[in-house]
Write a protein that binds this ligand. Structure first.
Ligand SMILES: Nc1nc2c(ncn2[C@@H]2O[C@H](COP(=O)(O)OP(=O)(O)OP(=O)(O)O)[C@@H](O)[C@H]2O)c(=O)[nH]1
Ligand SMILES: [Mg+2]
Length: 239
């Protein structure tokens, strides 16, 4: 597949960002979508939605990122989802990003419980959970050791694990890239060898080529790139 043959049937992906209060959920979403960070803390009181699009492995995905306010528990059934607006739309997410603050052990305990509630509440077949340790810039004040957490998350939970700093925009793109790789793998499986070879041959291609193609369609403009992950703003995407 070449850049001019990007799959026109964009996949709709709903990502829910969950975690204890103040761990940096909003900061991660805003840094990813708008390259914006502030030290000021304004607790999120109702869910915020972001609509970036992403190209990975020549597949175009329209994302709906749900930045959730703190929820005391995951909505165990659709009745709970409807009665508490904070948890609305969470039960059918395509993937979950569970954020904790590496300086707060309590915030890890929170996502531990939340993960159990998610697993008990819905069918999680092919629904990835990604655990994110935010505020890496404060690693001197770390609570649990990285090895301890990575061991639990990767080996026991079989989940992806990334540490990042929304403050310094460190590993934010990486986090979404790793998650989208997982989702792309679930959707498309392994690429056929011939496509992989073509992809390798194209690695030197200038980013502008794809940007221009998308611009020609009048729908997208690229705001950020990192190796094979392309983050684009989708004009008027709504789902
Ligand atoms: N040092 C540091 N501070 C951060 C980082 N990310 C977020 N913060 C700060 O942590 C505070 C909370 O960040 P938010 O993004 O609002 O946290 P939240 O998880 O959305 O909080 P709620 O909406 O209340 O659940 C703010 O003061 C941010 O500036 C980071 O990577 N490093
Ligand atoms: Mg918030």
């Amino acid at each position: 597949m070449t850049s001019s043959q990007i799959d026109p049937d964009n996949q709709k992906i709903k990502l829910a960002i969950l975690g204890a209060p103040g761990v940096g959920k909003t900061s991660i979403a805003k840094q990813f979508v708008h390259n914006y960070f502030t030290e000021d803390y304004e607790p999120t009181d109702q869910r915020e939605l972001y609509y970036p699009s992403i190209i990975i492995n020549d597949h175009l995905y329209d994302l709906k990122i749900i930045d959730c306010p703190y929820i005391p528990y995951f909505p165990v059934n659709s009745l709970y989802e409807w009665t508490d607006f904070r948890g609305y739309g969470l039960r059918n997410a395509t993937a979950y990003i569970l954020v904790y603050d590496i300086t707060s052990e309590d915030s890890f305990q929170y996502i531990k419980t939340l993960r159990e509630q998610i697993l008990e509440s819905r069918n999680m077949h092919d629904v990835p959970i990604f655990v994110v340790g935010n505020k890496h810039d404060l690693a001197d004040e770390r609570g649990l050791s990285r090895r301890e957490v990575a061991n639990v998350v990767k080996k026991q939970w079989k989940c992806g694990y990334v540490e990042c700093s929304a403050k310094f925009n460190w590993h934010i793109i990486l986090l979404f890239k790793e998650l989208m790789k997982t989702i792309d793998y679930i959707d498309h499986g392994h690429k056929p060898t011939s496509v992989r070879v073509q992809a390798a041959l194209r690695r030197n291609r200038k980013p502008e080529t794809l940007n221009e193609k998308l611009h020609d369609q009048g729908r997208y403009s690229i705001i950020s790139t990192a190796r094979r992950l392309w983050v684009v703003i989708s004009m008027g995407s709504n789902f």
